[in-house]
Design a binder for this molecule. Structure first.
Ligand SMILES: Cc1cc2nc3c(=O)[nH]c(=O)nc-3n(C[C@H](O)[C@H](O)[C@H](O)COP(=O)(O)OP(=O)(O)OC[C@H]3O[C@@H](n4cnc5c(N)ncnc54)[C@H](O)[C@@H]3O)c2cc1C
Length: 291
């Protein structure tokens, strides 16, 4: 029965499914190999009232320390990318980095400023990922979702988005694919842009440690990193979780970091920054709480 759903692993470690490297696990890890597999598994989960959670690359989440007694759905096998002139259709499990590079090889511009953001296209669309004043939604035409197990296509103009926010954070629909319209360009100049971005990221971010990107959203007109740094919190640690010395809006895993460590550190940062600046930092990362 479970084999009808694609690849299924029992009692699976999720250490490689979250970029913080939190050592947690789940009862079942399901990786559908087709949209039909995904629909079948969703029917099964609903009929049996089983808990589930959709995970991309786990590069924006803080998973709990304890086992998830349910089903983690990974779309990593749904990763096809198809180019037709300047239109790109992509399944949600494709890696954003692969999409960026393939677009450039097709002499297409639109994704280059997203270079260096890890994770899947589905995860990026869920959270409206972006950098350098560009977002995954800039070139979006439409998104295909699974809503109550029906396949629906939403035009960009029908989707509510904001800074690191989309309506999918409320609806919990599963994003299965998206179509983007890019601009024709030349790969040499696009390569130059990603080279510069790669260097900036390498110089500014603590990429040698496990992390999950920016911890907090930037408050309007300010930077979370500045507020944390000026609160003298760089290097402050709880267990294996430490405020990066390189970029104060990053928490890094210095070895054996637990979910409890990172959550305690987050609370401490929020408290200290609020006392000093009267600003409550809002999380960009998503704390997942499963029973
Ligand atoms: C070194 C580093 C640098 C980063 N830089 C940036 C940056 O510059 N800009 C930026 O915006 N982010 C950045 N991030 C954060 C992160 O990479 C992005 O938010 C990314 O888009 C998350 O994708 P994911 O597949 O890892 O999602 P996950 O972390 O796996 O999931 C995030 C949320 O999306 C949901 N989700 C995932 N896939 C689907 C789907 N198919 N359908 C419905 N819901 C889904 C999950 O349920 C979860 O709630 C960075 C992270 C790291 C580690």
């Amino acid at each position: 029965m479970l084999s009808d759903f694609g690849e299924v692993l029992e009692n699976a470690s999720l250490e490689n499914y979250n970029t913080y490297g939190i050592k947690t696990s789940c009862k079942y890890l399901v990786k559908p190999k087709s949209l039909d597999d995904l629909q079948r598994v969703m029917v099964y989960l609903k009929e049996n009232n089983f808990n589930y959670y959709v995970l991309g690359k786990g590069s924006n989440v803080i998973l709990p320390d304890h086992l998830f007694n349910g089903f983690i759905i990974s779309l990593e096998n749904l990763n096809k990318i198809n180019f037709e002139q300047n239109l790109v259709t992509c399944e949600a499990g494709a890696l954003l980095g692969t999409l960026v590079k393939e677009a450039i090889e097709h002499n297409l511009s639109g994704f280059e400023y997203l270079f260096g953001i890890p994770g899947t296209v589905g995860g990026a669309l869920y959270g409206n990922a972006g950098a350098y004043n560009h977002s995954i939604y800039d070139c979006l035409e439409s998104i295909t979702i699974l809503k109550d197990n029906d396949i629906k296509t939403l035009k960009k103009s029908d989707i509510k988005i904001d800074y690191r926010y989309t309506e999918f954070k409320e609806t919990k629909d599963i994003i299965v694919a998206a179509t983007f319209k890019l601009e024709f360009s030349d790969k040499e100049s696009l390569h130059e842009i990603i080279k510069n971005i790669g260097e900036k990221r390498q110089n500014n971010l603590p990429l040698q440690y496990k992390n999950a990107g920016s911890v907090f959203k930037n408050p309007t007109g300010d930077f979370a990193g500045r507020l944390i740094e000026e609160s003298n919190l760089k290097g402050y640690a709880v267990g294996g979780a430490k405020v990066s010395e390189k970029h104060a809006n990053f928490i890094v895993n210095t070895g054996n970091m637990t979910s409890k460590d990172v959550k305690e550190l987050i609370k401490h940062i929020q408290k200290v920054v609020e006392e000093k600046f009267k600003i409550k930092l809002e999380l960009e990362q998503i704390i997942i709480d499963w029973d």
